[in-house]
Structures are given as C-alpha cells and as structure tokens.
Design a protein around this ligand. Structure first.
Ligand SMILES: N[C@@H](CCC(=O)N[C@@H](CS)C(=O)NCC(=O)O)C(=O)O
Length: 226
C-alpha cells in the first residue's frame, strides 16, 4: 500500500466504473484514474443484458462508461475525465491551469470526439466504399493532428494531458487498422506514430488497454461474420 492508497481509503472514496473492455470511451476514464493513482472497481457490462445499475446511473443514454463516485454517477467519458482531474487535483493535472490553454485543450478533445472518432468508428463498422471513404477522412484528420502536435511530445506540450487521453484509446486498435493493410504509414505520419508509441508506453495507458490478442480475435470474428 502506498501513500495514495492510504489517503484514498482514509477518505472513504468509492469509485466504480461501468465499462466494456473494448470501449475507447471507457479507456479514457481508466487512463485518467490510473494517472491519478485512484483505486477503482471496473465492472463489465453486457450490452445484450445491461445491468439495472447502468439504467439507474445513465437513464438518458444507457451507455458506458459511467463513473460512479460515492454512489453519484458521472456520464460521458470526457466529462468524467474532467471530473477526475478536478476532484483529484493534487497530482498529474490533465487540463492546463491557463484558461486559454484549457479552452484550446477542450476544443481539440471535442474535435477528436466528434470528428476523429466518427470516421474511425465508420471505418471499423462498414465495408467497401464506405469504409474506404471513412479511412480517407480519418487520415485527413491525422494530418491535421500532426500539424497540431508539431514537435511537442504531447498535445498538452511536455505533459501528457486531456487531448492525449481523449485520442490515445483509438491507437489500441492500431494493429487492427493494419490488419487492413499498412493503413497508417509511419513515413507519412511520423509524429503521430511516435506520439502514439510514447503514450502507449505510459503505465496508465498500457494498463487501460485490452490485450492485443483479444482485440485481434474480436476484429477477426467480426470480419468473418461480415
Ligand atoms: N459519448 C459517449 C459515448 C459512449 C458510447 O458510445 N458507449 C458505447 C460503448 S463504446 C455503449 O455504451 N454502447 C452500448 C449501447 O449503445 O447500447 C462517451 O463519450 O462516453
């Protein structure tokens, strides 16, 4: 038991995450909790038989992830990440303290959420021309993100931060992208690829990602069915 465990148990915090192992949204919340060293219980949901707790905690969308902190639900992954950053603010800040930089971080996280994820999800869930178009759009987004990253190690500059947490879960599917050929070429996207490597080497990220083989099996099962 280290100091932070003692502090948390002394505080009596109960943290539960309603989750699904393959969800990139769930991974965001896990990464934020790991960054802060928060002990939590991960509860897996079965989408074909959702728990009554999920209906009770997220009656509007009935989706995971739901962070439950001392019996109170926080829904929507980026809102949960911000909540974690505010509540456990003594270490590993994820959002910058400067208001302008904070607004910028929220802007890019929102871009990742609404644009980048949309194309990535279409790429995995469609076939033929539609998948091709989604793949192209996704690559266009990566180009823009490369420019935004510039020569910094992270989107938040030197520190791993909010935009990194928002984006990096997509890269746990990196090898599944490459199951479709050499989709994200290192020569074309060197900065994003080295950023992804840097982030995935962090303990908070690697602990929150599913095992590579499980993702591969899941994707090949889906492809065989399709
Ligand atoms: N915008 C939400 C998206 C959450 C989401 O789409 N969750 C999916 C899993 S990846 C889900 O719960 N799907 C179950 C369903 O739609 O019934 C967030 O950021 O938390």
């Amino acid at each position: 038991m280290d100091d932070s465990d003692f502090f948390l148990s002394a505080m009596g915090d109960e943290v539960i995450l309603l989750n699904f192992w393959l969800s990139p949204y769930g991974m965001r919340v896990r990464i934020a909790l790991e960054e802060k060293g928060i002990k939590y219980e991960n509860r897996e949901e079965d989408f074909s038989n959702k728990s009554s707790l999920l209906f009770q905690m997220n009656p509007v969308h009935k989706k995971i992830p739901v962070l439950i902190h001392n019996s109170k639900p926080i829904c929507e992954s980026l809102i949960a990440v911000e909540y974690i950053d505010e509540v456990w603010n003594e270490q590993s800040p994820l959002l910058p303290s400067n208001p302008y930089q904070r607004a910028q971080a929220r802007f890019w996280a929102n871009y990742v959420d609404t644009v980048v994820y949309k194309h990535a999800m279409r790429f995995w869930t469609t076939e033929g021309e539609e998948r091709e178009a989604a793949g192209q759009e996704f690559l266009e987004c990566l180009k823009l993100l490369e420019e935004q990253l510039g020569d910094e190690p992270h989107f938040g500059g030197n520190n791993f931060g909010f935009v990194d947490v928002a984006l990096v879960p997509l890269f746990c599917y990196f090898y599944t992208f490459n199951l479709y050929g050499n989709f994200i070429s290192e020569a074309q996207y060197p900065k994003i690829i080295s950023w992804a490597r840097r982030c995935t080497q962090r303990e908070s990220v690697s602990k929150s990602f599913p095992q590579e083989q499980m993702v591969k099996d899941y994707v090949s099962q889906k492809r065989n069915k399709g």
